[in-house]
Design a protein around this ligand. Structure first.
Ligand SMILES: Cc1ncc(COP(=O)(O)O)c(C=O)c1O
Length: 381
C-alpha cells in the first residue's frame, strides 16, 4: 500500500497515544462512577475533570481556576460554538488575527459576523498598533466590536506566541474600547522549549473581559472530545442560557481526569519530545531543499508550521503534484479571515510517522519547485 504523508488536520502524535494508561484509567473511572452514570452530567460537566482543568492551569500559570467557572464541552469546538453564539448576532463585528483557525472562521461566518482581520507577525502574534488602528476606525463608524478572538499560544496556523507586552496591551485596548476577548488556548502545553508562553490573558485580566477556552484534543486525542471554557459571571450564565445538550459524556471526562491526575507531566514530556522531533525533521528537510525560495516559521511548540511560498506558485499544481505522492497539506487561504488566495501553506507535523517525515517533505519540496510558473513577460510579443 502506498504511504500516506498526512500533514493535514491538527492531530497529535498517534504513536505516543497512551492506550494502556487509558485502559487503567477507564477501569478506575467506571468503578468510581458506576450507577451514577444513569444521571445527566449537569450543564458544567463532570466535576473531576473540572478539577483537573484547574490543576492543569495551575501547573502552567501558577494559580488555579475556580472550578465553578469551568464548563466541560465536546471538544473546544463546542466551546467556541457556545461562546461565539452567545455574543455574536448577525452583522456584529469581531476582530481576529488575519490568519486564524479555519473552524473559528467557519462559526463566525455562520453567525454572519463582520470579521475584521488584524495584521500579525509570525513570532509575536497580533500586532497591537494594528489592533488599535482597527478599533479606532470602527469607533469612528460608531461600531463597538463584540469581541477579539485570539489563539495566544502556538497559534494555528502560524505558531506565533502572543508576547507578554502584547497581551497587556490587548487587555488595555479591550478595556478602552469595551469589548470581550476570547482566548483560545488550544495548543498551550505543547512546548518544545522550556516555558515559551507568557501568562495567559485570562490570568492577566482584572476586568472580567476574557473567556478562556482549552481542550484535551491536542495533548491527548481529538477523538476523546473533551474541551472546556472558563467564564466568570455574568458570562457563564449567558453562555449556559444558550446551551441545550444534556452535557458532555461524564464517562469520557472521568477517564481523562483519572489518567491526567497521575500522568500529565509524564505524558507531556513523552509526546512533546516526539512532536518536537518531527517538527525539527520538517525544518531540516525544508532547509536542505527550498531555503532559496521559501521562508517558514520555526515553532517553539504546537502542531503547525507555516510556509510562505514564492508568488509564482501555482497552488492547484502544487496540490496536484503533492497528491501524486499522497503528500497532504492545508492551503493558507483556509486560514485567511477573508479567504484570500495567499501563497502560503500550513503543515501539521505531529501525525505522520517520524521515519516518513523527511520523505514526505522532500516530495513537497519537489512539488513546490514543479509548481513554479514563469512570470509572463509583458514586453515580449
Ligand atoms: C485554534 C483551535 N481551536 C479549537 C479547535 C477545535 O479543537 P477540538 O474541538 O478538537 O478541541 C482547533 C482544532 O484544530 C483549533 O486549532
Amino acid at each position: 500500500m502506498a504511504k500516506d504523508f498526512a500533514f493535514t488536520g491538527g492531530r497529535p502524535d498517534p504513536y505516543t497515544f497512551p492506550t494502556e494508561g487509558l485502559i487503567e484509567a477507564s477501569a478506575k473511572a467506571l468503578r468510581k462512577l458506576g450507577g451514577s452514570l444513569v444521571n445527566y452530567p449537569g450543564e458544567k460537566g463532570y466535576e473531576g475533570l473540572r478539577e483537573l482543568a484547574s490543576m492543569r492551569f495551575e501547573r502552567r500559570e501558577g494559580v488555579p481556576l475556580n472550578i465553578d467557572d469551568i464548563s466541560i464541552t465536546s471538544g473546544s469546538m463546542q466551546a467556541l460554538e457556545l461562546v461565539l453564539g452567545t455574543f455574536i448576532n448577525p452583522g456584529d463585528t469581531v476582530l481576529t488575527e488575519e490568519f486564524t483557525y479555519s473552524g473559528t472562521l467557519g462559526i463566525m461566518r455562520h453567525l454572519k459576523a463582520n470579521i475584521v482581520g488584524v495584521p500579525m507577525d509570525y513570532i509575536d502574534g497580533m500586532n497591537m498598533d494594528g489592533l488599535e488602528d482597527k478599533l479606532k476606525e470602527l469607533k469612528a463608524k460608531n461600531i463597538r466590536p463584540k469581541l477579539i478572538y485570539t489563539t495566544s499560544n502556538h497559534q494555528n496556523p502560524t505558531s506565533a506566541i502572543l508576547s507578554l507586552e502584547r497581551r497587556q496591551r490587548m487587555l488595555e485596548l479591550a478595556n478602552e474600547y469595551d469589548t470581550l476577548i476570547v482566548e483560545d488556548d488550544c495548543y498551550g502545553d505543547i512546548d518544545f522549549v522550556p516555558n515559551p508562553t507568557p501568562d495567559s490573558l485570562f490570568k492577566l485580566d482584572d476586568s472580567n473581559r476574557v473567556i478562556f477556552i482549552a481542550t484535551f484534543s491536542k495533548i491527548l486525542g481529538a477523538g476523546v472530545r473533551q474541551g472546556y471554557f472558563v467564564a466568570k459571571e455574568p458570562h457563564s450564565r449567558l453562555i449556559h442560557e444558550n446551551r441545550w445538550d444534556g452535557g458532555c459524556s461524564a464517562l469520557a471526562s472521568a477517564i481523562v481526569a483519572e489518567f491526567f491526575k497521575e500522568h500529565l507531566d509524564e505524558h507531556l514530556a513523552v509526546t512533546n519530545a516526539a512532536v518536537g522531533a518531527k517538527c525539527r525533521a520538517v525544518v531540516e528537510t525544508l532547509e536542505k531543499n527550498v531555503s532559496d525560495i521559501c521562508t517558514w516559521t520555526e515553532p517553539r511548540g504546537g502542531l503547525f508550521l507555516w510556509i510562505d511560498l514564492p508568488e509564482t506558485t501555482d497552488m492547484d499544481k502544487l496540490t496536484e503534484l503533492s497528491s501524486q505522492h499522497n503528500m497532504g497539506f492545508s492551503r493558507g487561504s483556509a486560514f485567511h479571515y477573508r479567504g484570500d488566495a495567499v501563497k502560503s501553506i500550513r503543515l501539521a507535523y505531529a501525525y505522520c510517522h517520524i521515519d516518513d517525515v523527511a520523505e514526505g517533505i522532500t516530495y513537497l519540496c519537489d512539488a513546490i519547485r514543479g509548481a513554479q510558473v514563469q512570470p509572463v513577460d509583458i514586453a515580449a510579443d
